[in-house]
Design a binder for this molecule. Structure first.
Ligand code: PXL
Length: 265
């Protein structure tokens, strides 16, 4: 069912960060800034601010699925992203919704640990993510630590990242985008943050000048921006290029809001 929507629509299934720098508030702000109608279902709750995550509150899988069903039966998203899912139940609810409603353009940000060091995906939920959700993805976009966890290899440079991308693609996603923002110095990027896209045949590198700021929610905003591009009908490389431009600008203009890391939307 295409529905009656006359707008490009995007859905975020992710955690709730009350500070608005990460999670679904950041996602929906990004959708809006990119001209896409934004929607969100809360996969988990957090007590946090720009300094750190104090605690995580899981949400019942049944509720998450009910909320997804109610929403999607009315407004069909042109693209969907998942962020912090936390529990295996939330991962399954998202995967079931994608399958049952035949959703396309799924972007997975495999959020595992916060910038401040708090675990945002339970250990048993990682198996659900790799086995149940990754095979449904059009794009999975891990940072270096997440790519190491998903591939089981250590990433020290861009060649390691290529090998990790090959391994992760065997888990089922159509495209793997490894974000080089945290690549160790000397990892091949120099003064640039180089992201690596693998579509199963070709590697494409996306480079932007590295900006030294301690950021809050950059990964959320980046994956939301890719999702918005896909919702607007861009190709995967086109959506990544547009998102990289958007986030580079947002990082350059970012100003502190609290006492800790700098939010960018
Ligand atoms: O940036 C990872 C992330 C994603 N989603 C939520 C978060 C965080 C980091 O704190 O709180 C909800």
């Amino acid at each position: 069912m295409r529905g009656t929507a006359e707008r490009n629509t995007a859905l975020s299934i992710a955690g709730f960060d009350p500070s608005g720098g990460a999670g679904i508030l950041a996602d929906v702000k990004t959708f809006t800034l990119m001209g896409v109608y934004g929607m969100a279902v809360q996969a988990a709750l957090t007590a946090q601010n720009t300094v750190g995550v104090l605690s995580v509150g899981p949400r019942p899988a049944r509720r998450i699925k009910d909320e997804l069903d109610a929403l999607i039966s009315d407004i069909r998203p042109d693209a969907v992203k998942t962020g912090m899912l936390y529990s295996a139940g939330a991962v399954s609810a998202a995967a079931d919704a994608v399958k049952e409603h035949g959703l396309v353009n799924l972007v997975i940000d495999p959020v595992m640990i916060s910038s401040s060091g708090k675990r945002l995906l339970k250990r048993d939920a990682q198996d659900a993510l790799t086995g149940g959700l990754l095979p449904l993805a059009l794009v999975v976009m891990p940072n270096v630590a997440e790519a190491e966890a998903l591939s089981g290899i250590e990433i020290k440079n861009i060649e390691d990242a290529e090998e990790a991308a090959r391994i992760i693609r065997r888990l089922g996603p159509k495209n793997v985008l490894i974000k080089g923002g945290h690549m160790p110095a000397g990892g091949g990027g120099g003064g640039h943050a180089v992201d690596l896209l693998f579509d199963g045949e070709n590697f494409t590198r996306f480079s932007a000048r590295r900006i030294e700021k301690e950021l809050h929610g950059a990964g959320c905003v980046y994956s939301a921006a890719v999702t918005a591009g896909l919702a607007k009908g861009l190709t995967v490389p086109g959506a990544v290029r547009a998102a990289k431009k958007f986030i580079s600008n947002a990082i350059r203009n970012a100003r502190p809001a609290g006492h800790g890391r700098v939010p960018i939307v």
